[in-house]
Design a protein around this ligand. Sequence first.
Ligand code: SF4
Length: 354
Amino acid sequence: MTDLVSLPTAELCARAAGKRDARFGPRVTYSPKVFLPLTNLCRDVCDYCAFRRSPNDEGAHTMTPDEVRAALARGRDAGCTEALFCLGDRPEARFPSYVRELASWGFSSTVEYLVWACGAALEAGLLPHTNAGVLTRAELSRLRPVNASMGLMLESTSERLRGPGGPHRHAPDKDPEVRLAMHEDAGALRIPFTSGLLVGIGETEAERVDALRAIQASHARHGHVQEVIVQPFRAHPRTRMLRAPEPTDEAHLRAVALARLILDEDVTVQAPPNLSTDVASLLAAGINDLGGISPVTPDYINRDHAWPHIARLATACEAAGFALARRLPVHDRWRTREFVAPELFARLLDRAAA
Ligand code: SF4
């Protein structure tokens, strides 16, 4: 592969768009979802995170089973197909009050609660996708029969970010080796998997290339990485990185193009439209997907960045020469008996047909 980092942005994007066109054509997808932040308690502290809370913080919340059921019903009634469970990393390791709360509902761990919540989503006619941070192979195995797909953002392979002054210095779960090990476990278990980069938290472009190559290497071994999110850092109020510079649009677009060029042609490259100023530029840099978009719940991770209205997004895509289409949380190529748990296969085919 040529030295991609040395390419001018226009050439990088043109090459990426060409590779995307050859595989996906003028079609860009999104997943209509309901977002369930099962708990915002997290044992880690990342300097940029506006989602995380400790139990006594204002806004700390773990959804009750009734709240889960109500959110799922709202999502189903609004025509969503995906139930996204996104939550903090292993809060039971740090917060006894959380353990007591789970126990009062009859659950002994976050994963046990997730298994129940994913089952409730399936009963409501939705397909679960879980991102619960770092999980063991045994935990992934337990969640596989109730999840259409799962994910963990690699974010970065830069060890510097975990050092003094780095945004991950208080986040043991952001150890790149730990996160890559979970990519391997998900591959071994044949789980359709979502990874991603977080762009602009102190890493260099060469380190972004390194992270993308690490994701691609795991995918080359197991064939399980169905999509990679290229998410720009956004500075949020009440975080330590409130005044940190956000990545430039050019840096983000270059990361998108690098992802498209480094990853296998079948792997979907995704960028969130609510964190980017311009969908046309994202398309020109090689994305083929806009991720999950919810008609009923906010982006709890980036609460100050509302999702765009689907009709407006479709118009913007059309103006750039692309048709916007719905998709399921499992991309077409991974909708096979190898990658979908037997418990879910018929259900998934039904949803695809619908
Ligand atoms: S980014 Fe994830 S791991 Fe880091 S503090 Fe927020 S919820 Fe926890």
